[in-house]
Design a protein around this ligand. Structure first.
Ligand SMILES: O=C(O)CCC(=O)C(=O)O
Ligand SMILES: [Fe+2]
Length: 314
């Protein structure tokens, strides 16, 4: 069933009234090639059921995981930072989040006065968040120092990848939590999952085993959602996100964001959690934003994904 919030959205309707999801230049039929993510907020207190869904479906989508007021405090905090850097359309209210031209993205990863600000940590480091992951892992947990606070302007997007390729050193027992901070309808750059990709053994054994900084390999698997549907047989999963909604998934879930086709910033933050007593990915720990991160090999030439894929016959 398609919720009414999606029903009313203009990008969902064609002349024949079939519902579509527009992903850049590609169009997907709702209910066939793309489906609504399943909301697991009904099972929030049932740890066994959450663990079961995470294993079988590869993700947990939890509407309203963070209190809306806390999420909006983080959104306004981030928009204020964009405003101070001249990123908002002149003479418009900050809360509107309208993009100044020429449009530019604001990744605040190493700008820790923004990405580690109190309203941000109040969300992604909250007692509720830690208690939730401690229940899921059944152990004390830690989170990376690096937090990916992303402000996508018009045209901004990411491409399909497994997180393992970027943040996969140490334990594989690690989860990403992607939090929506702005209202994110389908045309405003929503996170998109390739459902079932966590069980694609060949992808996991080839692409999934690469470490972009160790192997000097391109990290994006594909920029083309159509091939993931037609050639790999994945169904895309997405939704119209609200501030405070989260998607939680493991290191081997293929995902991307669709291009932001609106005139407003799409703001999100992705953070990582793992058992505290298992091996960390040391690249993402350090004082005052001085972690190593990805792409630390200065001047390196990364082997192309095209070449790698032909070698893997994928
Ligand atoms: O927010 C995005 O555009 C991409 C997010 C992502 O890759 C992640 O959360 O791991
Ligand atoms: Fe990712």
């Amino acid at each position: 069933m398609i919720p009414s919030s999606l029903d009313t959205h203009k990008s969902m309707r064609s002349k024949s009234s079939q519902r579509f999801f527009q992903f850049g230049k590609h169009q997907f039929r709702f209910g066939k090639e793309v489906v609504e993510l399943r909301d697991s907020s009904d099972a929030l207190d049932n740890t066994r059921e959450l663990q079961r869904r995470l294993r079988s479906e590869g993700y947990l989508f939890i509407r309203g995981f963070h209190p809306r007021a806390h999420a909006l405090a983080a959104t306004n905090w981030t928009l204020q930072a964009i405003s101070e850097r001249g990123g908002l359309k002149p003479e418009t209210p900050i809360q509107e989040g309208l993009v100044a031209l020429p449009a530019r993205n604001f990744p605040f990863f190493r700008v820790i006065e923004v990405s580690h600000g109190e309203p941000i940590l109040n969300l992604v480091n909250s007692d509720t968040t830690f208690a939730f992951f401690e229940r899921l892992f059944e152990k004390p947990v830690l989170t990376f120092d690096k937090r990916w606070l992303r402000c996508m302007a018009t045209g901004g997007q990411n491409h399909f990848h497994y997180d393992n390729v970027y943040v996969g050193r140490g334990t594989k027992n690690r989860l990403t939590m992607w939090t929506a901070l702005t209202d994110t309808p389908l045309d405003q750059g929503p996170l998109v999952l390739c459902l079932g990709s966590h069980k694609h053994e060949r992808l996991k054994a080839t692409y999934g085993q690469t470490d972009m900084d160790r192997d000097l390999t391109e990290a994006v698997f594909s920029e083309n959602p159509r091939e993931l549907v037609d050639d790999f047989g994945f169904t895309l999963g997405t939704t119209h996100y609200s501030p405070g909604d989260v998607v939680i998934f493991g290191m081997f879930m293929m995902h991307s964001s669709a291009p932001n086709q609106s005139d407003k910033y799409r703001i999100s933050i992705d953070t990582r959690y793992q058992p505290a007593n298992e091996a960390k990915d040391e690249r993402f720990f350090g004082e005052n934003g001085k972690w190593q991160g990805n792409f630390y090999n200065q001047g390196a030439v990364y082997r192309s994904m095209q070449e790698l894929r032909s070698q893997w016959k994928l």
